[in-house]
Design a protein around this ligand. Structure first.
Ligand code: ACM
Length: 484
C-alpha cells in the first residue's frame, strides 16, 4: 500500500493480501451504462494480468464473497471524484458517489496490484487496507504542445492512458502556434492544409481532422479527462498568417516558420475579418468540444499593441461565452478586463494577482516547477532551460498555496504540467520529459499538502519506475531517486 501515486488523502494498511481467483467476479450496483463501462475498464485491465474470466455481474445479491464490488452511493463527503476503497482477504469493496469516483478508485486498485513482472504469471494480488480519498484540486491538468511538432492520435491516446493512471482530469492541447496549426476548421480550411504543413525544423507536421479530434475527445472522456483546446492568439499566430494573407495587416501571407523564437507574430487587430476568423474557429471548436473550456492563449503578445491587446481579449471572451464556454488564457490576460468566469494560467507568476482581483481563478503551471520541457540538468539531451533546470525534486517540492503571496488556496482551480515540444519528436521524447515529473505534478494536484513530502515521493516513484520499465515506458532515471 505504500507506493501509491498520488498519495491518497487517508490510508490504513492492514498487512494482509487479497488474491484474485478463477471464480472472482466484478459486481456492480447500480448497473448503469457508466458504471458498467468503468467495471469493464477494470475487468479488461485485470484480464490482461491474469487468465481469469472476471465476469461483470450487474446488480448482484448482497453479501457476495471473494469478489470485487463496485457501488455508487450517496456520501457528499466524497464529492464528485472521491472514493472509498476497502480491501480485505475476502473481497474488494469500492464505493463512490459518481462513476468518476469509481474510476479513480480503480486506478488506485490497479496500482495496488502486484507488479506485472517477475510474478507467478496469471495471478494478481493486492495488499489490504482502507482508503478514503478525495482530490485537493478540481483541475489536474497536463498540456501537450502539438503545434511545434505534431503527435499522432495514437500517441495522444497513449499519453491519455498515463494521465488517467495518475488521476489527472484535463488534457490541454496547444493546437496552434507560429510553426503549425493542428485542427481542421471547415470554414477556414487552409489553416490545416497550409498551416498544418509547418513545424519546427520542418519535421513532424500534420493536423487532426475534426473526426480525429472527436475520437480523442471521446477516448479522453471515457477516462474522465476533459480536453481543453487552445488556439493561441493574438501572438503565436504565424501559421494562420501564412495560411491566409487577409489576416495580415499588410495583406501579405507570411512564410511558414520553422524556428523556435517567440513574440514576433500578431493577428491584425484592426481588421474586422480577424474577429470573423476567431468567431468561426471558436464556434467550430466549441461544437467539437463537450468540455466547458476554450483556451485562447494570450501569452507573449510582444508584437501586439497593448491597448489593442486589452480590447482584443475582452472581445474574444465575449465570443467564447457566446458559444457557451469559459475562457482560459495564459496569465497575461490578467492585465486586461476579464470576467470572473475566466481562468488565468500562470507560467511566470506575474499577473495572477490581477486576475484574482477580478474574481477569476488561476491554474498554476510555474515554469521552474511544472514545465516538463525544461531540461533536468545541463546534460539533458532534450528540452530548454530558460526557466532553469527542473529536476524531479524541483517538480515535486512546492506547494501551490504558498507559491505566491497573492494567491491563496481558494483562488487556485488547480495545477497543470506543461510540455512544450520544440525539441521533442517522438512519444519516447514526451515520456522521457514527463516521467518522473508528471507524476510529481499529479500528486501535487490530488494529494493533501500535509500528507506529502519529497522523501516519501522519491521512494514511491522508484516502485513506479519498475513498472514503467516493465511496460516499456521511456523515462528519465533521475539520480535523485534510488530506482529499483
Ligand atoms: C508560455 O510558455 N509562453 C505560456
Amino acid at each position: 500500500m505504500n507506493h501509491l501515486i498520488p498519495l491518497p488523502a487517508s490510508l490504513l494498511p492492514t498487512q494482509l493480501e487479497f488474491q484474485l481467483g478463477p471464480d472472482t467476479q466484478i459486481l456492480v450496483a447500480p448497473a448503469t451504462p457508466e458504471t458498467l463501462r468503468v467495471s469493464e475498464f477494470l475487468a479488461a485491465a485485470l484480464r490482461r494480468a491474469t487468465d481469469y474470466a472476471l465476469p461483470i455481474v450487474p446488480d448482484p445479491p448482497a453479501h457476495a464473497r471473494d469478489q470485487i464490488f463496485l457501488t455508487l452511493h450517496d456520501d457528499s463527503t466524497l464529492g464528485a471524484e472521491g472514493y472509498e476503497l476497502n480491501l480485505t482477504p475476502d473481497g474488494v469493496f469500492l464505493r463512490a458517489q459518481t462513476p468518476a469516483g469509481l474510476f479513480y478508485g480503480i486506478q488506485t486498485l490497479l496500482q495496488l496490484g502486484a507488479p506485472l513482472s517477475a510474478q507467478e504469471p496469471k495471478t494478481w494480488r493486492a495488499a489490504t487496507g482502507s482508503i478514503r480519498d478525495v482530490p485537493r484540486f478540481a483541475w489536474r491538468g497536463a498540456m501537450l504542445d502539438v503545434a511545434r511538432h505534431f503527435f499522432s492520435v495514437q500517441d495522444i491516446k497513449r499519453y491519455i492512458d498515463w494521465l488517467a493512471a495518475y488521476k489527472l482530469n484535463r488534457l490541454h492541447l496547444h493546437l496552434s502556434d507560429d510553426q503549425g496549426w493542428r485542427i481542421e476548421i471547415k470554414t477556414w480550411d487552409k489553416l490545416a492544409t497550409i498551416g498544418g504543413s509547418g513545424s519546427v525544423g520542418g519535421k513532424k507536421s500534420g493536423y487532426y481532422t475534426q473526426d480525429e479530434y472527436r475520437e480523442l475527445v471521446a477516448y479522453a472522456a471515457e477516462r474522465f479527462i476533459v480536453i481543453v483546446p487552445e488556439i493561441d492568439t493574438p501572438g503565436h499566430t504565424n501559421a494562420a498568417l501564412a495560411a491566409y494573407p487577409e489576416l495580415n495587416c499588410d495583406g501579405v501571407a507570411r512564410e511558414l516558420y520553422t524556428g523556435i523564437e517567440v513574440g514576433f507574430s500578431s493577428l491584425c487587430l484592426d481588421k474586422e475579418i480577424t474577429y470573423q476568423f476567431l468567431e468561426d474557429v471558436i464556434r467550430e471548436l466549441a461544437a467539437l468540444t463537450p468540455g466547458e473550456f476554450i483556451h485562447i492563449g494570450g501569452d507573449e503578445a510582444h508584437a501586439t499593441d497593448k491597448t489593442a491587446y486589452t480590447q482584443f481579449i475582452a472581445r474574444v471572451e465575449t465570443i467564447v461565452e457566446k458559444y457557451g464556454k469559459r475562457m482560459v488564457g495564459w496569465e497575461e490576460i490578467g492585465q486586461t478586463k476579464i470576467s470572473a468566469r475566466a481562468i488565468a494560467q500562470l507560467w511566470r507568476g506575474e499577473y495572477g494577482a490581477q486576475a484574482i482581483q477580478q474574481g477569476a481563478q488561476v491554474i498554476l503551471s510555474p515554469g521552474k516547477h511544472a514545465y516538463l520541457d525544461m531540461q533536468y540538468n545541463e546534460q539533458s539531451p532534450l528540452g530548454l532551460h530558460w526557466a532553469g533546470y527542473v529536476e524531479a525534486q524541483d517538480a515535486y517540492a512546492w506547494d501551490p498555496a504558498t507559491f505566491s503571496a497573492d494567491i491563496g488556496e481558494s483562488n487556485i482551480l488547480g495545477v497543470e504540467a506543461a510540455l512544450w515540444s520544440e525539441t521533442l519528436l517522438t512519444f519516447d521524447d514526451i515520456t522521457f520529459m514527463a516521467f518522473p515529473r508528471l507524476t510529481a505534478i499529479a500528486e501535487i494536484a490530488w494529494s493533501p499538502q500535509a500528507a506529502r513530502n519529497w522523501e516519501s515521493y522519491r521512494q514511491r516513484v522508484a516502485a513506479h519506475g519498475a513498472r514503467w520499465q516493465a511496460l516499456g515506458l521511456h523515462f528519465y532515471r533521475s539520480p535523485q531517486i534510488d530506482w529499483e
